[in-house]
Unconditional design. Structure first.
Length: 173
């Protein structure tokens, strides 16, 4: 317990992301606040019964990627990340072990790139769990293309929703 924290609790964390954006032909730097979350245990082999895993996050929106990485790392997971289908494929087919892929469906280089990533990962590992996310409507036709086993987590999501979906897919919920 510290003087700045009289209740002995870890305060929520507020993530900020600096982004450069083209506005009216000029590049402007913006500070983007992300939703606060916390408290979480740091770097443990389990978190609320969830064993530490190696997770590939495929996300092309930097603030969302940073938030997801932080949430999962604070829960004790090892994270590798990619922002394109090509980089994700390289990581999937490397020698590194992956336990789960968390991918945005719509990626900058391919509208349904996350589906391609999920299918590739599931084929390489004979059924790796895939957690899909997207801020757009997901049709039944899109869901029919999802690798198995999988879940869908709509954006925006909270830290608790992300951790719950990961636990569910890993069978530790």
């Amino acid at each position: 317990m510290s003087a700045s924290d009289p209740k002995g609790q870890t305060p929520p964390i507020l993530l900020l992301c600096k982004a450069s954006v083209a506005i009216g032909g000029c590049v402007r730097s913006l500070i983007i606040p992300l939703k606060p979350f916390g408290p979480y245990e740091l770097k443990t082999s389990t978190f609320n019964g969830l064993r530490m895993t190696r997770i590939l996050i495929v996300e092309d929106e930097t603030p969302v990627l940073i938030s997801a990485e932080t949430i999962l790392e604070r829960a004790g997971h090892e994270i590798v990340s990619a922002s394109t289908v090509a980089k994700a494929q390289t990581l999937i087919h490397s020698d590194g072990k992956l336990d789960l892929v968390f991918t945005d469906i719509s990626l900058v280089d391919l509208l349904d790139g996350g589906i391609t990533v999920g299918l590739s990962a599931a084929q390489k590992t004979n059924g790796m769990a895939i957690l899909y996310t997207n801020g757009r409507v997901v049709t039944d036709d899109m869901r029919a293309k999802f690798a198995k086993p999988s879940r869908f987590l709509p954006k925006p999501y909270t830290a608790q929703q992300l951790l719950g979906a990961v636990a569910s897919l890993l069978g530790t919920d």
